[in-house]
Design a protein around this ligand. Structure first.
Ligand code: FAD
Length: 372
């Protein structure tokens, strides 16, 4: 019997398996596909790791810890995982991006972040055209994470585990003797269980009725274009709230192109088994229009588009907790569009709970109980 079973080997599950292996435990892990794959939340090139978004929240120590752990994984794996490119956080002062006092907290001198007016943005990054009232926080230290190499490195770090790909878990049970995971191929006992199944979580814990919403979102890669095409790659990335139009983001071009998309769109909730994986022409036009107005000329021909999934909680905070009825079962869910950067820390917190070690910082905002 293995010490621990892990269901789901995406961002958090692979990090959980790696953390348990590092602590000398035996682990068996299952994924319904072969990660990295394009069916869940962890695919498509790049993710941002930035701190300004979290200033004043319990995520601050986690994001610092995560940066340190990604750097360590970068060294031990011999892969290039991080690139400092800076990031812009942009929007109206009274909008969603700057809600909760973010602007006040971030603009303090000790953070190293820089408050820019719309004119100053254009001066520094001449391909961008913010409206006059746009407030911008420039975080020069923000980095771009290479997603697929990061996930591969994490799975390698979990290499001592018995990792079973293309083997979905169909159900599990827990008793005083331990847990049993039933897959399409067999039944496996373990002492304890971690569930990190992303958008599929409700299928594995229907009894909890977790308020998770799966959101279909599209990422686009355009060929960099215009007079600044060569400098776009230096950065920064941006997350930019537009009054009445939602929030869009852009990444400095990688080999695949200049990646952009919409962040959180109301009414895009979907059933994980019925996600429309095709990208329609009208969807692409929405992004083209935003580029035309706010980064004119930067986006050339569309190179690629891909559907990705957010799994959102109502408050956008993660769920990382023990199962209320089975203390030997620990759950991560609700990445809410921002969990990848935290993966190594989340894996470590999962391992702390599974091994009864005191979590160094598992904030109460992650508890299942908060939903009442
Ligand atoms: C477009 C987009 C942009 C994003 N940008 C950022 C960003 O810039 N920064 C950031 O930090 N985060 C970002 N995120 C969020 C981040 O990628 C996710 O929050 C994170 O990947 C969630 O991790 P997870 O482990 O919960 O889920 P996943 O990484 O999706 O892993 C879940 C795994 O469980 C497996 N699984 C499911 N059911 C079963 C089963 N029954 N049996 C076995 N295996 C199963 C799946 O196959 C999958 O591999 C973004 C997400 C998207 C979609």
């Amino acid at each position: 019997m293995h010490d621990f079973a892990v269901i789901g080997l995406g961002a958090t599950g692979s990090a959980t398996a790696a953390a348990l292996i590092r602590r000398g435990h035996s682990v068996i892990g299952f994924d319904r596909f072969t990660p990295p794959h394009a069916m869940g939340s962890a695919h498509s090139d790049t993710r941002m790791i930035r701190a300004a978004w979290y200033v004043g929240s319990p995520y601050v120590p986690l994001v610092r810890d995560a940066s340190r752990r990604w750097k360590s994984l970068e060294r031990s794996s011999g892969r290039t995982l991080l690139r400092t490119a800076g990031a812009l956080m942009m929007g109206p002062e009274d909008g969603r991006v700057f809600a909760g006092g973010r602007l006040r907290d971030v603009a303090r001198p000790h953070t190293g972040d820089i408050l820019l007016s719309a004119d100053e943005v254009v001066e520094r990054f001449p391909w961008l055209r913010p409206d006059p009232g746009t407030v911008t926080i420039y975080e020069p230290g923000a980095a771009i994470l290479s997603l697929e190499p990061g996930l591969e490195a994490m799975l390698e770090a979990a290499g001592g585990a018995d990792l079973r790909f293309d083997e979905p878990a169909v159900r599990w049970s827990a008793s005083a003797a331990g847990v049993r995971v039933r897959t399409e191929r067999g039944e496996y006992p373990a002492r304890r269980l971690a569930i990190a199944a992303g958008a599929w979580t409700p299928q594995l814990v229907p009894e909890l009725s977790l308020p998770l919403e799966v959101e279909r979102t599209v990422q686009y890669w355009f060929e960099p274009s215009g007079p600044h095409a060569a400098t776009l790659a230096e950065g920064p990335a941006w997350v930019w709230e537009l009054e009445g139009e939602g929030t869009w983001y852009g990444f400095p071009p990688s080999a695949r192109g200049l990646k952009a998309g919409m962040h959180f769109q109301a009414g895009r909730g979907t059933d994980v088994e019925r996600v429309d994986r095709e990208v329609g022409t009208t969807e692409t036009e929405e992004l083209r229009r935003l580029f035309g107005q706010y980064a004119p000329g930067a986006a050339g021909p569309l190179a690629h588009a891909s559907v990705c999934l957010y799994t959102n909680t109502p408050d956008e905070n993660f769920i990382l907790d023990r199962h209320p009825d089975h203390p030997g079962v620990v759950l991560f869910a609700g990445g809410s569009g921002h969990a990848f950067k935290f993966a190594p820390v989340l894996g470590s917190l999962m391992a702390d709970l599974l091994t009864d070690e005191l979590p160094r910082h598992a904030p109460p905002i992650f508890s299942i109980g908060r939903f009442g």
